[in-house]
Design a protein around this ligand. Structure first.
Ligand SMILES: Cc1ncc(COP(=O)(O)O)c(C=O)c1O
Length: 385
């Protein structure tokens, strides 16, 4: 890590960490190292590099599935902003979830997880883990007594999301870490829905934090990527697992994510402010049945969110237009600015209608002019009875 980022503020580290002018060309921005393999001057040099790379020593490059300089630069940037010793990037958020859990769980182990996890994480835990002999118990992470009661002598890991999908429940991270550590567990947070500009779970006791870097870290909806951060001793087996499962990050995606992180604090601030305005607006509308936004006093975890989350409460909100599925479609299908799309954390506002959940609408609020978003939402709601 460059000395000039040590001890600096979050925004400074988001911009500078992991970046150095290219030593050969002096290019100011880090290049995309589009290479599968690396060449050596001598057989002895090759032997030394291969031995170290296959002991999964970070930053030793001999083959890009195992390590690549662009991927390493992103790892250094993420470790710096998370306040972590190290980080491991991978091909997607699901690669980060699966490699992290599989590196630390085996047959006969038990894991306690949140009961409203990202749907593909649920598929992994529900379909794949039983085949591997790993037991899973899902509990409401805001019910601390239920969390503690779910822990058994076989439990190795406590895994939660910092804000859940779609109810946006915000668990008390400090309390979860205290419970987990009292029982000797590894505490892992998926912070995809908030991002490190708004909360850093390692500062609240988690042992590791992971992200779909696809979302807020990239911020522009143009890359698929995952990353996990924490102590090197916990990450070493994940680095190896990422390699053996073939989950290597693409250097191009890592370069895009690195570019995104430089503006993460700016985007998080703007999107959060927009989300609060939209949530307050929606709560005032007679044809909106309810609004869920952690920054509203009406949210069940408002006090926890105020304590943990920087700014008003993140940039995700969920609401229910009147009229169930018909009301939902009337709203989403008449928007002119906001697109219907599944992802989140994009600088563009995305709405995600969920007919199987009664017609609620999840909104990933972007960084547009808030007046334009308000106008678009007013247009959509004008078609709701
Ligand atoms: C909370 C959470 N974790 C993990 C993932 C998986 O990320 P990816 O789509 O990059 O595999 C997602 C994707 O939406 C997510 O919302």
């Amino acid at each position: 890590m460059r000395e000039r980022t040590d001890g600096r503020g979050f925004a400074t580290r988001a911009i500078h960490a992991g970046e150095r002018p290219d030593p050969v060309t002096r290019a100011h921005k880090p290049p995309i190292y589009a290479t599968s393999t690396f060449a050596f001057d001598t057989a002895a040099e090759k032997e030394d590099s291969v031995d170290r790379a296959l002991a999964w020593e970070p930053g030793v490059h001999f083959y890009s599935r195992t390590s690549n300089p662009t991927n390493r630069a992103l790892e250094e940037k993420v470790a710096s902003i998370e306040g972590a010793e190290d980080a491991v990037v991978s091909s997607s958020g699901m690669a980060a979830v699966s490699a992290t859990l599989l590196a630390h769980l085996g047959g006969g182990d038990h894991v306690v997880v949140g009961d409203e996890l990202f749907v593909i994480t649920q598929v992994l835990l529900g379909d794949d883990f039983p085949r591997r002999g790993i037991d899973v118990t899902a509990v409401d992470m805001t019910d601390l007594e239920a969390v503690e009661a779910a822990i058994t002598p076989a439990t190795k890991v406590l895994f939660y999301e910092t804000s859940t999908n779609p109810r946006l429940r915000v668990p008390d991270q400090d309390a979860l870490a205290a419970i987990g550590h009292r029982h000797g567990l590894i505490v892992i947070a998926d912070n995809t829905f908030l991002g490190p500009a708004l909360v850093r779970p390692l500062e609240h006791g988690a042992d590791m934090v992971l992200h779909a870097a696809t979302k807020y870290l990239s911020g522009h909806g143009d890359a698929v990527s995952g990353v996990v951060s924490g102590a090197k001793a916990l990450l070493d087996p994940i680095r190896k697992q990422t390699d053996t499962l073939g989950q290597a990050a693409s250097p191009f995606s890592s370069w895009l994510v690195m570019r995104g992180i430089r503006t993460l604090p700016l985007r998080s601030r703007t999107a959060s402010a927009n989300a609060l305005e939209l949530a307050e607006y929606l709560e005032r509308q007679p044809n909106v049945e309810w609004v869920r936004y952690p920054g509203l006093p009406s949210h069940p975890d408002h006090e926890t969110a105020r304590r943990l989350i920087d700014g008003p409460g993140g940039a995700m909100l969920t609401f229910q237009p009147r009229g169930g599925v018909d009301g939902m479609a009337a709203f989403t299908d008449h928007l002119r600015l906001c697109d219907i799309g599944v992802s989140l954390g994009d600088i563009h506002t995305l709405v995600y209608p969920q007919p199987k959940r009664g017609g609620l609408v999840r909104v990933s609020v972007g960084c547009e002019d808030v007046d334009d978003l308000l106008e678009d939402f007013a247009l959509g709601l004008s078609f709701v009875a």
